[in-house]
Structure formats: structure tokens, C-alpha cells
Design a protein around this ligand. Structure first.
Ligand SMILES: NC(=O)c1ccc[n+]([C@@H]2O[C@H](COP(=O)([O-])OP(=O)(O)OC[C@H]3O[C@@H](n4cnc5c(N)ncnc54)[C@H](O)[C@@H]3O)[C@@H](O)[C@H]2O)c1
Length: 344
């Protein structure tokens, strides 16, 4: 198959692109930035959030290579960033709209990356099955952007016969998630700080229970979904992809500290606005529809992630410096910290 992956320079896109290549397929990436980890597949550099007129064959007048399916991962994927800068949530919706118009023009099936954030932080259930989503509980602009994207997709299925699969992910961790200055994610941040013997802060304290998903499990589910959708075995379903077990963030931090052989200095703080603080996925549907089975519990996934982190860090010692949140959008977009005096 020939598969177009948007957001292919991100954590999941990179892992997915490499997996699809290993399975013998052709992969074409579209992203607004170069892939920092691999050049094994081509990346078409494009901002997908523009207001583009309809154009059959690509987005924004750019002719894409011919493909059999589209995986749409491109998004601003940070909850807190979108609380501060809600216009980025709107950009997420525009990206999905552009990708949908492209898929509609060519009759291509679409796989979309939604999130457990669509369930909100209402603690209604012990485990969340897909039909538990009630869009009145919209927790944050990020969550609104994914709900909007899902709604657009469902409407395109009804009005134009789009074939789709929507996956809802949860705390994906593993390799290619260490570009902290662009994408501050909690487990890589803890690896960074603990490896430097620095204190860490756990927002939400002991109460925060999340469903951490090792990236290979997530990508295996997406790949199975792409093949099932292209072969018309499964279509027009919304599916949780997570490990299916709750773990406290405290436990995740302790596992990381154990792998790094440090005694963690942990500060507890209240959770941040817009955050989901309790989520465990019901993954029955993914098992039944895709024959998928998550195989990496946190106790196995953390050691593998820390091993990858150590290997990367050894090859990139310049990243061993204190983490400071980016001061400007330029820093945030490009994932680097400007030298002192270079302006904000
Ligand atoms: N990683 C997780 O834990 C998780 C959980 C739930 C949902 N998701 C969703 O899965 C998808 C992939 O997540 P990820 O972890 O790989 O995120 P990521 O930030 O690593 O990758 C997203 C990619 O999208 C690209 N992008 C952003 N705006 C763009 C634009 N305007 N035009 C073109 N490209 C643009 C970024 O450059 C980046 O490479 C996202 O949609 C995210 O919301 C991720």
C-alpha cells in the first residue's frame, strides 16, 4: 500500500512511518517541519492549517503522490499550550477539514488520531468505553478541537460516504518523544530531570491515574486499523487505543527513577486547568475489531523507554541542560531554545 501520514515528523508519526515501511508499504509524510529522527521516508513540508480552496489531488494546490489511505496525525497536541493559545485548537480543526476535503476529492479512507481528552475529566466511570463520550463535557480547547474533528469526520461519512477509523489515544510514550522544548511531555520530562538529579513536580499528586500506552502498542493498533480499513474489513468505527490499565503518575515517576538509579525528589501540586486526572480505557473494541492486543505494561515500557532515552542522550550530550519552557512561539514551533540575547 501507499500511505500518506500527516504529522509524520511527530512522535507517533515517526514510529508509525517506520512500522509501515517495515511491513513493506510506501510512506509519504506531510508535516510543517523536518523529521528530526529519520529520513527513511520522504516528508513534504507544508502548513496544513491554511485556509485553502478545494483542490483535488492534494492540499493547498500541492499535488500529493497517489496513495491508498491517509492517516491524519498532524495537530497541536499539547493540552496546556492550547489552554493558553486557543487559536491553535481552531487550527487543529482546520487541518482536519483540509485533510477531509482532500480525502473526499479522491475517495480515500481516513484514519484519525483523537484522544481520551474527549471524555472529559468527570470521573463518571471506572473504565471508559467509546460510547461514554458525551460532548457536553468538553474539558479544554484541545479536547474541543478533537471533538470538532471527530464530528466533521462523522458528518463526512454520512454526507459523502467517507470510510474512516477514529482512534482515541492515551499518554503514548516511548521512543521519539524527547524533543522536550517543542513537545513537553510528562514522562520524557521526568527522564530528563531525574537523569540530571533534579526535582520533579507531579501535578495532580497521588490522585492522578492515567492509562499509559507504549508507542509500539499504539502504532500496532493504527497499522492494523489502516490495513483493515483499506481492505474494508472494518470501517466507520471509533476505537480506544491504550493499554487498558490505570497507573498513578507517581508510580510512573518511581519506575523511571528506578531505571536511572536515583532517589526521586518529588513535589506534589494541584492539577492544572483543562487536565484529565483519571482515565482508564476499555479496549475491548480494539481487541474484537482488530485482533489487537497491547503487550507492553508500564513495568516493561518504562525500562525500554529509559534505555532509548539513554542511548539518544549519549549521542546528543548537548541536550543535557536545564529544561526551561520556551519563551516564544518560534522556540516552541522549532523545538529549540534561542541563545541568550537572541530576543524572544
Ligand atoms: N502522544 C499522545 O500521547 C497522544 C494522545 C492522544 C492523542 N494524540 C494525537 O495523536 C496525534 C500525533 O501525536 P504525537 O504525539 O505524534 O504529536 P507530535 O506533536 O509529536 O506530532 C504532531 C505533528 O504535527 C505537526 N503539525 C502541527 N501543526 C501542523 C501544521 N499546521 N501543518 C503541518 N504539520 C503540523 C507537528 O510538526 C508534529 O510533527 C496528534 O493529533 C495528537 O493530538 C497523541
Amino acid at each position: 500500500m501507499r500511505i500518506l501520514v500527516t504529522g509524520s515528523s511527530g512522535q507517533i508519526g515517526t514510529n508509525l512511518g517506520l512500522r509501515l515501511l517495515r511491513d513493506g508499504h510506501e510512506v509519504y509524510g506531510v508535516d510543517k517541519r523536518l523529521n528530526p529522527w529519520t529520513d527513511d521516508f520522504p516528508t513534504l513540508l507544508q502548513d496544513l492549517a491554511g485556509h485553502y480552496p478545494a483542490f483535488v489531488g492534494g492540499i493547498g494546490g500541492v499535488e500529493y503522490p497517489q496513495v491508498d489511505a491517509v492517516v491524519h496525525l498532524a495537530a497541536h497536541a499539547k493540552v496546556h499550550q492550547l489552554v493558553r493559545e486557543p487559536h491553535r485548537a481552531l487550527e487543529n480543526a482546520i487541518m482536519t477539514f483540509n485533510v477531509l476535503e482532500y480525502a473526499r476529492g479522491l475517495g480515500l479512507p481516513l484514519v484519525f488520531s483523537s484522544t481520551r481528552e474527549v471524555y472529559g475529566d468527570v470521573h463518571r466511570f471506572e473504565e471508559y468505553a467509546e460510547e461514554a463520550a458525551n460532548f457536553a463535557y468538553t474539558e479544554s480547547p484541545y479536547s474541543a478541537s478533537k471533538i470538532t474533528s471527530e464530528a466533521f469526520i462523522y458528518s463526512y461519512a454520512r454526507c459523502y460516504g467517507l470510510g474512516y477509523l477514529v482512534f482515541r489515544f492515551s499518554n503514548v510514550y516511548g521512543r521519539f518523544d524527547n524533543d522536550l522544548w517543542r513537545m513537553e511531555r510528562v514522562l520524557p520530562l521526568f527522564m530528563h530531570q531525574l537523569s540530571r538529579r533534579e526535582p520533579i513536580t507531579i501535578f495532580g499528586g497521588n490522585e492522578k491515574v492515567l492509562d499509559f500506552t507504549f508507542v509500539d502498542d499504539c502504532v500496532d493498533g493504527i497499522a492494523r486499523g489502516v490495513y483493515a480499513l483499506a481492505e474494508r474489513r472494518v470501517a466507520n468505527k471509533t476505537i480506544n487505543l491504550a493499554y487498558g490499565q490505570g497507573n498513578t503518575l507517581v508510580r510512573a515517576a518511581e519506575l523511571i527513577a528506578g531505571e536511572l538509579d536515583v532517589d526521586p525528589n518529588i513535589t506534589m501540586a494541584p492539577s492544572l486547568v483543562g487536565e484529565v486526572t483519571h482515565y482508564v480505557a476499555d479496549v475491548t473494541k480494539a481487541r474484537e475489531l482488530l485482533g489487537w492486543e497491547p503487550v507492553t505494561p508500564l513495568e516493561d515500557g518504562i525500562p525500554r523507554s529509559v534505555a532509548w532515552f539513554k542511548e539518544w542522550r549519549a549521542a546528543h550530550p548537548e541536550e543535557d541542560r536545564p529544561f526551561e519552557r520556551p519563551r516564544s512561539n518560534v522556540e516552541l514551533e522549532h523545538g529549540y531554545k534561542q541563545p541568550a540575547g537572541a530576543g524572544a
